[in-house]
Design a protein. Structure first.
Length: 203
């Protein structure tokens, strides 16, 4: 997640981002005020995992199971993310704690919705592995309130291709693809088209 003293990104014209989507659990984002919250930045808190899942994760669970659980249990919240990303002022930043699992599933959804090919999405997801040592060190430094829950079994393996491939396969297996999956969880055609137009215009 963003932290005080972060270097300004060089690839966006406006910073801080006008819209921030915080995917962390209520306990995580209640620990301190969001560093980007301001009159110019709206922070949307949309939790994809419960406090219990974050604080006491199932240590035997594979990332594949955790990702599938997000699809099963948080589909409506993923649709909410899509709506915010489609209609809120840009630039839009989304994050969780490490920026790998909850963020990885959500970014995969946004990319697939806009028509990005699965193999390109997997490649993008796996770039996280280049940065995992720094990510884990950063969590320890800036989120001490998480105690021993981070780094956890969710973070130490890094980005696992099978996990995100399973997510993509589930969407593509839905009759009508990812758009039908979104509609089944409450998305409108308007939000899907608005996001797709926004992404393809800015890409």
């Amino acid at each position: 997640m963003p932290a005080p003293g972060d270097t300004r990104p060089t690839t966006v014209d406006h910073w801080p981002a006008r819209t921030v989507i915080d995917l962390r659990s209520p306990r995580e984002f209640a620990a301190r005020a969001h560093p980007l919250q301001s009159d110019d930045t709206a922070v949307h808190q949309i939790s994809l995992l419960s406090d219990a899942e974050v604080i006491a994760p199932n240590q035997g669970a594979r990332l594949t199971d955790i990702y599938q659980g997000i699809l099963s249990n948080a589909g409506e919240r993923l649709v909410e993310v899509l709506q915010v990303a489609a209609t809120s002022p840009g630039p839009v930043l989304l994050h969780c704690a490490a920026g790998k699992n909850r963020t990885g599933v959500t970014v995969a959804l946004l990319l697939r919705t806009a028509g990005v090919a699965p193999d390109h999405i997997v490649t993008d997801y796996l770039t996280t592995n280049e940065h995992m040592p720094a990510v884990l060190a950063r969590i320890t430094r800036f989120a001490p309130e998480l105690g021993q829950t981070h780094p956890s079994d969710r973070d130490l393996p890094g980005a696992v291709p099978d996990a995100i491939e399973g997510v993509l396969a589930r969407w593509d297996a839905q009759p009508g693809g990812v758009h039908a999956w979104l509609r089944a969880h409450g998305a409108t055609d308007e939000s899907i088209h608005t996001w797709t137009d926004r992404f393809t215009t800015s890409a």
